[in-house]
Design a protein around this ligand. Sequence first.
Ligand code: HEC
Ligand code: HEC
Ligand code: HEC
Ligand code: HEC
Length: 488
Amino acid sequence: MTASPLISFLALAFTGSTLLATLTQCGNGNAQSSGVQLVTQDPAPADLLPPADRIKILVSGEMQGRLEPCGCASGQSGGLARRMQHIGEQRNYDLLLEGGDLIDGATPLDSLKLMAASEVLFLMGKYDALGVGPKDLLLSREDWNLFLTGAPVVASNLTCTDPAWPAKPFLEKDVRGIKVRVASFLLNLPESVRGKDSTIQMVPTATAWTNALAGADAATRRIVMLHGSDTEIRALIPQLQPAPDLVVGVDPGYIEPSPVPTKVGGVPLVFTGTRGRVLLDVWLHRDANGPQAVCELVPLAGSKTVVGGGGDPQVKDRILAHRHEVKAEDLLTKMARQLPTANGAAYVGTNTCRTCHPTAYEAWAKTKHAHAWQTLVDGENDPKRYGWPVTAYPDCVSCHVVGYREQTGFLSFEDTPQLANVACERCHGAGSDHMAAPAKNKLGLIGGVAPSLLCTQCHDYEQSPTFLYGEKWPQIEHSCEPNQKTKK
Ligand code: HEC
Ligand code: HEC
Ligand code: HEC
Ligand code: HEC
């Protein structure tokens, strides 16, 4: 909390009410706020007092590799720098919980992202627990174990034969004399780590819950993070006996989590949201009716690694260092051309399409898609916009070119200029077979999807929050040459 709202809140409280409250509602105050106590007439109505056993919890999860917003649209939320700034300002959390899925896959970029994120959250920050989500298990065990060594990782229903596996069956923290247990369950193992021979195995739910509560007494608060779909999570909760005080659902389907906890069999259930765009403040206590939770959504006005981009400056420096690591390691080239093309053909480049489709080409060349690469170059050269090597960062390049990561696809602007930009084959698929026999090998759209679903692969809720196909298609519309009309 900064000085000015604090002062106005004080003034308001003193003039306007007989509130009895402390600003540091959880009591473990710090230099900024511990001196401020609003004590007015006694006795105050008991129901205005925060319950003595109330604990304040910060919940996040499913960052999916978004260290900071991409900046493709204005007003984006999220970013580690803004998150850590918020935590630094509040500092009265009793417990910081990160659900997991900090990254999104198993590429070398995911490794470097995990390294940066874990440094921020567990070395610079003070998260108390990190759950294990399905995406976390995709990365090589060596990298994952290494980057999370010493981090408070919890996985109650997983065992791993690797001695470097950092996860514990539970974590416990003492919050002003109240013991809080944190557990985490993964409801489905990803395909790649399933099977008898996998180093990772699942423990049956009942056994895992018993292990997670080993030695805990009835007064111990029981918090569990459940990784699965909403339906699976709700079905599992009644199986956990004694019942948890709080379930944190980590379901990537919750783009915008509700600030109102639902109750499943009396157990409060909250969700984390995705891509690190929001945090959830949860106040938890027990009364005669069982556990009670109140929540507030904390939207994070995004931060960027540019001067004035908002957020904790140290974290921004760390993320900027990550950007340069990615370039120094030349991950753009290392990650290129690893996957097959969707239709099995090879990319031929925009100028080849142009030879037979001049009208479609002219229409396309007038659209913004035709300079999507230049947009990255300009952003890179503009210190107020990005100022870091975005043209070497796979996440940025992937949506602004043709066929990145696929065989014969974009490699670098120098090597494959005909595959820069959001060009023909990004939407219609690799064209070698088609140009050899146009009538026989028709192209359509990649994956045979509906046009609007093709668009939202890139124009999603973050890049283009107001995207409507009916409005946007006319801006890029193009079709066959009159003499090439497909017989439909
Ligand atoms: C998921 C696909 C996707 C990714 C990943 C992506 N972009 Fe974009 N980008 C888009 C789309 C779609 C637009 C057009 C948004 C609109 O105007 O509706 C865009 C637009 C932009 C613009 C132009 C915005 C403007 O104000 O004109 C810039 C600059 C940009 N992106 C840079 C980046 C950078 C840098 C990264 C990596 C950090 C990145 N993009 C990652 C899809 C993506
Ligand atoms: C952003 C995606 C996108 C890009 C880039 C793109 N197209 Fe298309 N194209 C479409 C969509 C969507 C349609 C309409 C498909 C439909 O209605 O079934 C279409 C239609 C067409 C058609 C007519 C198909 C028909 O059956 O009438 C041709 C030919 C075509 N595109 C060629 C091209 C060429 C050549 C380029 C590059 C110069 C290009 N397209 C770039 C998305 C794209
Ligand atoms: C050698 C000439 C030639 C080249 C090169 C060529 N096309 Fe075509 N294309 C045609 C003809 C002819 C048709 C009409 C085919 C028919 O329906 O009989 C066509 C049709 C299409 C259609 C409509 C759907 C279909 O497949 O019938 C799309 C989309 C398309 N082309 C995209 C592309 C793209 C993208 C490229 C570049 C990779 C490309 N074409 C390169 C000749 C060509
Ligand atoms: C591969 C990712 C990708 C796909 C797929 C894609 N776009 Fe785009 N689109 C972009 C990027 C990147 C930009 C920004 C280019 C720039 O400003 O340099 C953009 C910009 C646009 C713009 C101009 C900015 C705006 O929002 O008004 C329109 C219109 C547009 N796209 C329409 C579409 C439509 C319609 C589809 C589906 C048929 C589609 N796009 C599919 C990446 C994509």
